[in-house]
Design a protein around this ligand. Structure first.
Ligand SMILES: C[S@@+](CC[C@H](N)C(=O)[O-])C[C@H]1O[C@@H](n2cnc3c(N)ncnc32)[C@H](O)[C@@H]1O
Length: 283
């Protein structure tokens, strides 16, 4: 197996794990994408490693951590009110189905071919005809490699004509090396530049992780287990470094949201610290 293929294979279980977590949290349409593989990973982790390493109350469970990430991204998108959304590394996310079927917004899910094939098969097999009709052309799937040098150009073509586009990436940037991350930011900004759209994604910062020490070590080691040792790459050292990289990529406005500060706005957020930041960058 080529090293690139092996990396993709190692990240794939996290998409199943996360999709099952959203189902466990009762999020709309998540049942369509909950797989047996996701259930096995979720319960194996929860009943063994997670239980033994967790210090009650001080560290979010994976479900709380992933719930924070997902809900704060949803909240950020809601407030932007996009007319088209492209989610890169969409995996088995239920978000696109919600926006396309219930909000009537055109939603483009971008991923590698094997993941898109798995997702289309689940929709075909599980979505009732009425839902498939509501999704119609609004939910579409596009096989693109985000580290391909022509990715920005291809993404730009998919966003052409949108007035308030948003690009979303959830649980993706952390797996990229710093140079790949910077290249992706530059591509996304180029694709959004004609419309002044936004890029919404989750990010970790090394100094914030160090400040909560154990919580983030536990989460990183759980991700390491899920990805058979690949784990996540080093985050930006601090907010200032991350934000100067975002400006260097051409983004003009930077907003950062932390789950703890949004407890009143998003009542479903578990009242526990989560070492994740959601960024919204305006092109
Ligand atoms: C960690 S999963 C996250 C999936 C989903 N966003 C979530 O939160 O569960 C990363 C996703 O990115 C996809 N991916 C990894 N490398 C990619 C690449 N080079 N181009 C496009 N997608 C990629 C994987 O197939 C996978 O679906």
């Amino acid at each position: 197996m080529s090293p690139a293929r092996d990396r993709h294979e190692r990240i794939a279980p996290t998409a199943h794990f996360t999709a099952y977590t959203w189902h466990h949290l009762g999020l709309p349409y998540a049942h369509l994408y909950a797989t047996a593989r996701g259930a096995r990973l979720f319960w194996a982790l929860r009943l063994t490693i997670e239980w033994s390493v967790r210090v009650r109350g001080a560290v979010p469970t994976m479900a709380q951590y992933l719930g924070h990430r997902h809900r704060v991204i949803d909240w950020t998108l809601d407030r932007h009110a996009p007319d088209r959304i492209a989610e890169i590394g969409a995996g088995l996310s239920r978000r696109g189905t919600t926006w396309a079927a219930d909000r009537g917004v055109r939603y483009l899910e971008i991923d590698l071919p094997h993941m898109l094939a798995a997702k289309r098969a689940l929709i075909e097999e599980r979505a009732p005809a009425a839902l498939r009709e509501r999704l119609g052309e609004r939910l579409s799937h596009h096989a693109l490699d985000v580290v391909d040098p022509r990715f920005g150009e291809r993404l730009g073509a998919l966003l052409e004509g949108a007035e308030r586009p948003a690009v979303v990436a959830e649980g993706l940037l952390g797996y990229l090396t710093l140079p790949q991350r910077v290249a992706l930011l530059t591509s996304v900004r180029a694709a959004l530049a004609p419309s002044g759209g936004v890029f919404v994604f989750d990010s970790h910062l090394a100094d914030a992780q160090a400040a909560v020490g154990r919580a983030s070590q536990v989460l990183r080691s759980l991700i390491g287990v899920l990805t058979r040792g690949q784990g996540v790459r080093d985050p930006f050292p601090d907010a200032a470094t991350a934000e100067s990289a975002y400006r260097a990529a051409g983004f003009t406005r930077i907003e950062r949201f932390e789950p703890l500060a949004l407890q009143d706005e998003i009542p479903e957020l578990a009242r526990v610290y989560s070492p994740v930041n959601i960024y919204k960058l305006t092109a």
